[in-house]
Design a binder for this molecule. Structure first.
Ligand code: CDP
Length: 222
């Protein structure tokens, strides 16, 4: 038996569809780097709001994005993005960021600024001797890693998702973010062709993870 292969698991889906919880569990179970790209967009949004650069000001955005430096800190099995050396603050889950993140994420220059950084997480995982990475977002299976070993797409009824977010104590306009994320021109939220579509509306988190794990496990013991 040769060395086990390095695997990439892409998990995409709408707001509060269960991506983060399932990714975190899979990362622990299979010794993978957990990469939450939504937290990268949130961190960048918080930084741009602090600098008062609106998503509509293309010139200021370009200048600011070109000057920012992204690096990575590993916390357990999770990759944390540092912007100019600073980690994200609690404000990345604030109402201001919830309501603005999709507007920044629709700007091609913002997506371009994070593209190479996100792909670079493969090397981060390899440097830390992990068996692969699980990356969650909106365009991971379509744009960032279209050749990922596994591509999952999580669906859930909007009412169920709103309940999940409220249970986390958050005010979040899930349907509005989904509308903006699905209708934008640059890397819209969509289930890529060939991805494994899972409807989690009536499944528990454990059941969702079990479905994914049943497919992933054989690839790691091959
Ligand atoms: O709240 P939830 O965990 O569902 O969302 P998130 O993963 O934290 O992502 C926040 C926002 O970032 C999304 O609504 C998208 O606008 C944007 N995003 C994106 O455009 N592409 C990604 N790969 C990840 C997030």
């Amino acid at each position: 038996m040769g060395p086990s292969p390095f695997i990439i698991v892409a998990i995409d889906g709408g707001a509060a569809s269960g991506k983060s919880s399932s990714s975190r569990i899979l990362a622990e179970q299979f010794n993978l780097l957990h990469v939450d790209t939504g937290s990268f967009y949130r961190h960048l949004t918080a930084e741009l709001l602090r600098r008062r650069v609106p998503p509509t000001d293309a010139g200021a955005l370009e200048l600011t994005l070109a000057a920012l430096e992204f690096s990575t800190q590993i916390d357990g099995r999770s990759a944390r993005m540092l912007v100019d050396g600073a980690p994200a603050g609690d404000d990345i889950r604030s109402q201001d960021v919830n309501s603005m993140v999709s507007h920044y994420a629709a700007v091609p220059a913002v997506r371009a600024a994070l593209l190479a950084y996100q792909r670079g997480q493969r090397e981060v995982a390899q440097q830390h001797n992990l068996r692969g990475l699980v990356m969650e977002g909106r365009d991971i299976g379509s744009v960032i890693f279209p050749d990922a070993t596994f591509r999952f797409f999580l669906h859930a009824d909007p009412l169920e998702r709103a309940k999940r977010r409220a249970a986390e104590g958050q005010t979040d306009s899930i349907t509005e973010r989904d509308r903006l994320d699905s209708s934008r021109k640059a890397s819209p939220l969509t289930c890529p062709q060939g991805a494994i579509d899972i409807d989690s509306t009536s499944l528990t988190l454990d059941q969702v993870v079990a479905k994914m794990a049943a497919l992933i496990a054989p690839a790691l013991t091959a």
